[in-house]
Design a protein around this ligand. Structure first.
Ligand code: PGA
Length: 252
C-alpha cells in the first residue's frame, strides 16, 4: 500500500520575505509533477513570515507549520510574547513543531512539551513531535531508554490522536553535523519505537519520520528503512533546488 511520505522544511531562524521565491519554486515543481502523489510538503518558516507566505501560496500541495506554540491554554490574554494556538492557526499554519532539541535546551522541559502538544491537538493543529538522544547517550547505549522517556513524559495516553501526531526521530548528534546514523542503527530504533508505541499507546501505525542532516545524497539510502515515512529537513530545505532534489531522489 502506498503511504504518505512527509517532507517537512524546518527553516529554524532563517529566511526573510524574499524567501517566498524558494517556496514558489517548490510549488511550481509540485504542480508539474503530479506523479509524486503520496506525499505531504510542509514548510515551517519563522512565524513572522507565515501569514504572508500562506496568503501567497494557497494550495493543497503545500501546507504550513510553525516552530512553536504557547503553552498558555487560552486564545487571548495578558501574556507578553506569547502566540496562542488560535493566533497560529490564523497565520495559515496547520502543523506545529514541538520538542525540537534546539528548543529543549532553551525552554522546553517535559511538562511544557506535554502542555504544548495537548493544546495544539485540542486546537486542531497537527503536531510534529521531535525526540532524540545526544552523542554521549548514544555512546552509553541508552538511546532507546532516552527516547522512551521523552515519549512517555510528553504523550498523554488519554489525549493523543495518533492520526494528528508525527513523531520525528532526530538524533541530536546528527542535526546539522552531516553525520547520519547507519541504516542498521535506524532500523533498530524504529522497530523498537513501533513496538513500544503499540504496547503503551495501542497505536498500530504511528507516523514516524527522520530528521538530521538529510540531503539529496543520503535520502535514497534512508528510504530503505520502511518504517520511516518522511523527513524533517533543516539546512537542505532552505534552497528550493536541494529540497526538490530530495523529493525527486526519494521517488526515483
Ligand atoms: P538539519 O536539521 O537537516 O540541518 O540537520 C534538521 C532539524 O533540526 O530539524
Amino acid at each position: 500500500m502506498n503511504k504518505t511520505i512527509y517532507f517537512i522544511a524546518n527553516w529554524k531562524m532563517n529566511g526573510n520575505h524574499n524567501s517566498i521565491k524558494e517556496i514558489e519554486r517548490v510549488f511550481n515543481f509540485l504542480k508539474k509533477n503530479a506523479i509524486y502523489k503520496f506525499k505531504k510538503i510542509i514548510f515551517c518558516p519563522p512565524v513572522n513570515l507565515l501569514s504572508s507566505f500562506s496568503e501567497k501560496i494557497k494550495s493543497r500541495l503545500i501546507d504550513f507549520g510553525t516552530q512553536d506554540i504557547s503553552k498558555i491554554n487560552i486564545s487571548n490574554g495578558p501574556y507578553t510574547g506569547q502566540l496562542s494556538a488560535k493566533m497560529l492557526k490564523e497565520t495559515g499554519a496547520n502543523y506545529v513543531i514541538i520538542g525540537h532539541s534546539e528548543k529543549r535546551i532553551i525552554d522546553e522541559d517535559f511538562k511544557t512539551i506535554k502542555e504544548k502538544i495537548n493544546i495544539a491537538l485540542k486546537n486542531k493543529l497537527k503536531v510534529i513531535f521531535c525526540i532524540g538522544e545526544n552523542l554521549s547517550q548514544k555512546n552509553n547505549g541508552i538511546s532507546l531508554k532516552v527516547l522512551k522517556k521523552q515519549i512517555l513524559s510528553s504523550l498523554d495516553k488519554k489525549k493523543i490522536n495518533f492520526d494528528n501526531l508525527i513523531i520525528a526521530y532526530e538524533p541530536i548528534w546528527s542535526i546539522g553535523t552531516g553525520i547520519v546514523p547507519s541504516n542498521s542503527y535506524l532500523d533498530k530504533i524504529y522497530r523498537n519505537l513501533k513496538k513500544f508505541l503499540k504496547e503503551k499507546y495501542k497505536v498500530n501505525k504511528p507516523i514516524m519520520i527522520y530528521g538530521g542532516s538529510v540531503t539529496t545524497d543520503n535520502v535514497a539510502t534512508l528510504r530503505e528503512i520502511s518504517l520511516i515515512s518522511g523527513f524533517l529537513i533543516g539546512g537542505a530545505s532552505l534552497k528550493s533546488a536541494s529540497f526538490i532534489k530530495i523529493i525527486k531522489n526519494y521517488f526515483r
